[in-house]
Ligand binder design. Structure first.
Ligand code: GLA
Length: 717
């Protein structure tokens, strides 16, 4: 309902309150955090927040508004930067209307001087406690408006959030955590790779000094956008701090004609007083409830077999058929034909763009292979990389002008490929026609949608930078494909985890987390990933014994045990695998399937453990069951490991404890494991005291299963 603007607005969710102060010219977050038990009174809270200024400072501090304004005296980074040929740059808005419902606020502000309207939309989701926010800017003048910056709503940070947890990484080692103390100045991550990137994940966590995985206060922020972005956490000299996330534009990239609107990517925020695992719980629930296609969410996720590391470009029907036999034998349920299946694609030097089946490898098309795979009760999936073209391709020879560039700079080839300009209608139509034809002709249930290079030169045919429009065009293409083929699931891959964000998840169903299948490296990658994404989204494959990327040789027990906590798959040449390894793999897949429902719907709890150890659990939402993983990554400092506390179990229930992985655990002497196997133990003992871990070798792991006993079970036990 639109009424006269009130001084304060409150949104409440299950565990959070958000109070917006609309007394000034621009809206400000007065409070975002744990829900108040008493009725929150904005006036009192505002009075409690009055700050004084030293002489020589501004007489009155400028607000950290949802879009902080230079014209209001804000000397941090403005939330919106615009101009009309160098003029009308100073935005000074006044709130015009507020549309409020129990979960949502839409605040419209007008700047008559710059002739723009800003719309801030804030939604606090009742069930998941996720706050979503966007900033929209509309040109209400008559001339072209240049938008240099329009960030998602700015979040003021509580003083006690003195720690920054950011993310860095690289190809084959994504989602690495980076801990930094907040300082006076700005922590800034800028991504200009034209995709979400391997190295600058658009997310950040701000937390209190003592926050751990299981306790303490934190904010988690993520920008759902698959292109250029920036993350800024600034502590000003006044001590006040804020976080600002938004898109990063090249000069002249964003302009609005009269009446046109730009909307920032959505900011997703979680606030907790219960530690970082609880923060993840909010993001996971939000993805499950709001981003993932509900048809996929309600379906079991089939175990994959992917051909890439098994054969690379060396494809033949016979070889693939033999792999399909082995894959189905170990328990795979979907067979994905990776790169190399299309015209002239014998290596990564040629073929991208020519999305026609290579008749020299498949003289009768893909039909015979698909039929074979399906006869083995596996679904069929196919790899594509639609945004790219190799200069050595029929497509490029016919349309050399279809690519992005930075004229007059020489074109930069990366992995021997160039980037198609998706903003051209004819490019969109060509790609849609090709993908649609393949998906119509063949029974394909899954696409692995790859993007194997950054966009270094994002200029379009008219000489303008086009990263924003390229990302929008990609989303449009994905949407069009999904609408035409709703039964086809899509995986987002970009040389591994280079395109993992909530924006792409609106059009895809799974993320290829990393090209590295090294189980030890994967622990760190997967843990970082798990801060924002739930296990069922996380592609996790069992690779060959000697990892192709790191060269590390890891036992099948550990490779399979690490992969089974995600959307499990196999990516190794099964025809070269010895029988004991295959047998172990088969057992791991069986275990994964047995607990798949729990793993793909449960609550993830990461445990705080010393360096070189990794431990986490996945608990059923009703506490009836849990699986815990403990991995000893390297030799420990002490001769014996510590205790594993099964955090998250119901302390008022009793659980049967079993070690379910590896199939055979052999220690140097009798350990607690043999002693307690199958025992019924109080949840409080398991949580508060925990269990002494046995002596383990480096790079080995244990998986524990806990089953709650109800009163009937108990009587029988
Ligand atoms: C990327 C992907 C891999 C594989 C290759 C194929 O690197 O991340 O999984 O699909 O491309 O070229």
């Amino acid at each position: 309902m639109i009424n006269a603007v009130k001084p304060f607005y409150t949104l409440r969710s299950d565990k959070c309150s958000l109070i917006i102060d609309c007394r000034g010219r621009a809206p400000v977050i007065l409070y975002w955090g744990a829900k108040f038990n008493t009725i929150d009174n904005g006036d009192i809270m505002a009075a409690l927040s009055i700050r004084q200024e030293l002489p020589a400072c501004q007489p009155e501090e400028a607000a950290i508004a949802l879009s902080p304004e230079t014209a209001a005296g804000f000397i941090g980074c403005p939330g919106v930067q615009i101009h009309r040929q160098g003029k009308q740059w100073a935005i000074s808005t006044a709130i015009e209307s507020v549309e409020a419902s129990s979960q949502q606020l839409v605040i419209k502000s007008i700047c008559s001087g710059a002739q723009v309207q800003l719309t801030h939309r804030l939604v606090l989701d009742d069930q998941t406690d996720i706050l979503t926010g966007t900033t929209e800017i509309t040109n209400v003048g008559n001339s072209t408006l240049w938008v240099d910056r329009c960030d998602a709503p700015c979040i003021p940070l509580p003083a006690q959030y003195t720690k920054i947890l950011g993310f860095t990484g690289r190809w084959a080692n994504e989602f690495q955590r980076q801990n930094i103390d907040r300082f006076t100045g700005a922590y800034v991550r800028e991504n200009r790779s034209g995709r979400t990137s391997h190295d600058s994940f658009p997310g950040v966590i701000l937390h209190a000094d003592q926050t751990t995985e299981s306790s303490g206060e934190a904010y988690g922020l993520h920008l759902g956008w698959s292109g250029n972005h920036h993350v800024r956490v600034e502590q000003m000299f006044t001590g006040r701090a804020y976080a600002q996330l938004g898109e990063l534009f090249y000069p002249g990239e964003m302009s609005l004609e009269s009446g046109e609107t730009y909307c920032s990517p959505t900011l997703y925020g979680a606030s907790t007083v219960s530690g970082l695992s609880a923060l993840s719980g909010c993001f996971h629930s939000y993805i499950r409830n709001h981003l993932i296609d509900q048809n996929v969410a309600n379906k079991r996720r089939p175990v994959h077999f992917n051909t890439w590391e098994a054969v690379y470009f060396d494809l033949s029907f016979e070889h693939l058929r033999d792999l399909a036999d082995s894959a189905s034998d170990v328990g795979a349920e979907r067979f994905i034909l990776d790169d190399g299946w299309f015209k002239n694609r014998k290596s990564d030097k040629a073929g991208l763009g020519d999305w026609f089946v290579d008749k020299s490898v498949f003289p009768n098309g893909l039909g015979p292979l698909i039929n074979y795979v399906q006869a083995k009760n596996m679904e069929f999936g196919l790899w594509v990389e639609p945004e790219m073209v190799n200069p050595d391709s029929d497509l490029y020879r016919a349309h050399p002008d279809w690519i992005l560039n930075a004229d007059p700079a020489p074109l930069i080839l990366s992995r021997n490929q160039l980037v198609l300009d998706l903003t051209r209608v004819e490019v969109q139509d060509y790609l849609f026609e090709r993908l649609d034809a393949l998906l119509t002709e063949y029974s394909i249930s899954y696409l692995k949608w790859d993007m194997n290079r950054a966009v270094y030169q994002p200029g379009n045919g008219s000489g303008q930078a086009a990263t924003h429009h390229q990302v929008v065009a990609l989303y449009d293409l994905l949407k069009r494909i999904r609408e035409a083929h709703p039964q086809v699931e899509i995986e987002s891959c970009s040389s591994g985890g280079g395109r993992a964000d909530f924006g792409i998840l609106r059009y895809t169903d799974r993320i290829w987390t990393s090209d590295s299948n090294d189980a030890v490296d994967r622990l760190g990658i997967q843990e970082g990933f798990s801060i924002f994404f739930p296990p069922e989204i996380m592609g996790a494959h069992v690779g060959p014994r000697d990892c192709h990327i790191t060269g590390r040789s890891i036992s099948m027990d550990t490779r399979a045990g690490v992969a089974l906590f995600g959307h499990m798959g196999i990516e190794a040449n099964l025809l070269e695998m010895d029988i004991p390894q295959k047998q172990t793999l088969k057992e791991a897949i069986k275990l994964h399937k047995k607990h798949r429902e729990l793993l793909h719907s449960g609550r993830l709890v990461r445990l705080d453990v010393p360096q070189n150890e990794s431990a986490f659990g996945v608990l059923a939402s009703d506490y009836s069951e849990a699986l815990f993983s403990y991995v000893q990554q390297a030799s420990l400092l002490h001769s014996v490991a510590g205790k594993l506390r099964f955090t998250g179990l119901d302390i008022d229930s009793k659980y049967e404890l079993n070690v379910v992985w590896p199939p055979k655990f052999v220690g140097p002497s009798k350990s607690a494991i043999e002693q307690v196997k199958g025992s019924v133990i109080g949840g409080d003992v398991l949580v508060k005291m925990g269990m002494q871990l046995p002596i383990m070798q480096p790079e080995t792991m244990l998986i524990f299963h806990l089953r709650r006993l109800n009163v009937d079970n108990e009587a029988n036990s």
